[in-house]
Write a protein that binds this ligand. Structure first.
Ligand code: CTP
Length: 414
């Protein structure tokens, strides 16, 4: 049974931490809640005690004989602070230890996850930015807040992500994956594009976006800054990822190329339509008008191939490092026949570094929670990823990506 410390600091989102606590306890984790004094103004001690099944203390003077200011942190397998206010981030970054939570953060030697929530101005203030950078450099996972409605009439970045999504990140961190994408910028495309025929109809495909979302979530847990370009996906936003929603291949191309300008890694997990209708009808095509015109198709640009060509043409990326940019480009391929032969040909044709080849079958790939794949490596041996949850498959892909990341990032690069 893994021991989790849930630190709660004094923000209005403290009530959402009750849901996070419940997710941990119901999945068999032992949770010790350590709220700050201010957090108790939002959610009272009896709630935390009842939901966790443990007594709740906020300062170091309670139960002194048990030396809680040291023991709680020492015994933890994971400390997650949700919500983390600007104040607690500052204290953690500077090693202050005025209450039980900050003492716990200093004594913990396990992974630490912060889920900040605050007003946009506070999140964007240079002091907070510097504190977040410090915590990330020390190996903590700081989940970027979601964009949306804040307290009062304000909206913007600063919202606590969905507790279920914070929980997913924590599970990945508890799974002891390396934080080897810290400081890296990663772009993941997910879902399937839709090509409009008329205002109500489109050509689409069966991609659910599950594998791409798993790639985004696991990259956040490994410390990356993630842009997720999502084509028609109806899944909750992964915590910490910057989600850009698109519909067509043209929109996806625009979003991926824009985000990839500053990226270390681009993973094209989206199912991109190879063709689109030559003309989009402005009005709905009516049955009463007789037989419809034939649907003529034209080719869409191949975004993955374009990324490879651009990198080849640009050569080393000026100012960042003497490596072509993005350093690693990953393609996906769903094949029904001659899986490996088709995959090898595609890897060479598209100029990517890795190609993750799935066999599409009745119970694999599209819309299912499990996946299995073979990763083809340019100039290397294929790597088999056994059948398992899409998060595990995603982590196995990042293992291969991490091997190819050559230069180490300095703070000035990020
Ligand atoms: N891809 C892309 N742009 C396209 C089509 C595909 O970037 N217009 C990317 C996908 O995101 C995926 C990879 O290319 O990472 C392989 O997609 P796939 O459809 O298997 O490749 P195709 O070249 O279209 O080959 P096929 O003839 O097998 O469909």
């Amino acid at each position: 049974m893994k021991k989790v410390v849930l630190g709660v600091s004094g923000g209005i989102a403290a009530y959402k931490a009750c849901e996070l606590l419940r997710l941990f306890t119901e999945s068999g984790h032992e949770v010790r809640v350590v709220p700050t004094r201010d957090a108790l103004r939002f959610v009272g001690e009896p709630t935390w005690a009842a939901l966790s099944g443990h007594p709740v203390t906020t300062d170091v003077w309670d139960d002194v004989h048990e030396v809680p200011h040291v023991r709680i942190g020492q015994r933890a397998d994971l400390v997650v602070v949700a919500p983390a206010t600007a104040d607690v981030l500052a204290k953690a970054a500077h090693g202050l230890a005025g209450d039980l939570l900050t003492n716990t953060l200093l004594t913990a030697r396990c992974p630490v996850v912060f889920a900040p929530a605050m007003h946009t101005e506070m999140w964007q203030h240079p002091a907070t930015r510097a504190n977040v950078s410090t915590l990330r450099e020390r190996g903590s996972v700081v989940i970027d807040p979601a964009v949306g409605r804040l307290t009062g009439a304000d909206t913007g970045p600063g919202r606590l992500p969905d507790p279920a999504e914070i929980f997913q990140i924590c599970l990945r961190v508890l799974a002891d994956r390396p934080r080897d994408l810290a400081g890296r910028r990663v772009v993941v495309s997910a879902g399937g594009t839709r090509e409009a025929i008329d205002p109500v109809r489109y050509l689409g495909n069966r991609s659910s976006g599950l594998q791409g979302y798993a790639l985004a979530r696991t990259a956040v847990a490994r410390g990356a800054q993630v842009t997720l370009v999502a084509a028609n996906v109806s899944l909750p936003d992964p915590a910490g990822a910057d989600v850009v929603r698109v519909e067509s291949a043209a929109e996806l191309r625009e979003a991926v190329l824009t985000a990839s300008a500053a990226a270390d890694v681009v993973v094209m997990a989206a199912a991109v339509a190879d063709f689109r209708p030559a003309a989009r009808q402005d009005s709905k095509i009516k049955k009463a008008e007789g037989d419809p015109d034939p649907l003529y198709l034209v080719k869409n640009p191949d975004i993955l191939a374009e990324l490879g060509e651009r990198r080849h043409a640009a050569g080393p990326h000026p100012g960042v490092a003497a490596w072509p940019h993005p350093e690693v480009i990953v393609g996906f391929a769903a094949e029904t026949d001659d899986v490996l032969a088709n995959g090898q040909a595609k890897l060479a044709r598209k100029g990517c570094d890795l190609l993750v080849v799935n066999q599409v079958g009745p119970d694999l790939a599209f819309g299912t929670p499990d996946n299995a794949a073979t990763v083809l490596v340019a100039g290397g041996e294929p790597v088999e990823i056994p059948r398992g949850p899409k998060d595990d498959v995603a982590d196995a892909v990042w293992d291969q990506v991490a091997k190819l990341l050559r230069h180490s990032r300095t703070p000035a690069d990020t």
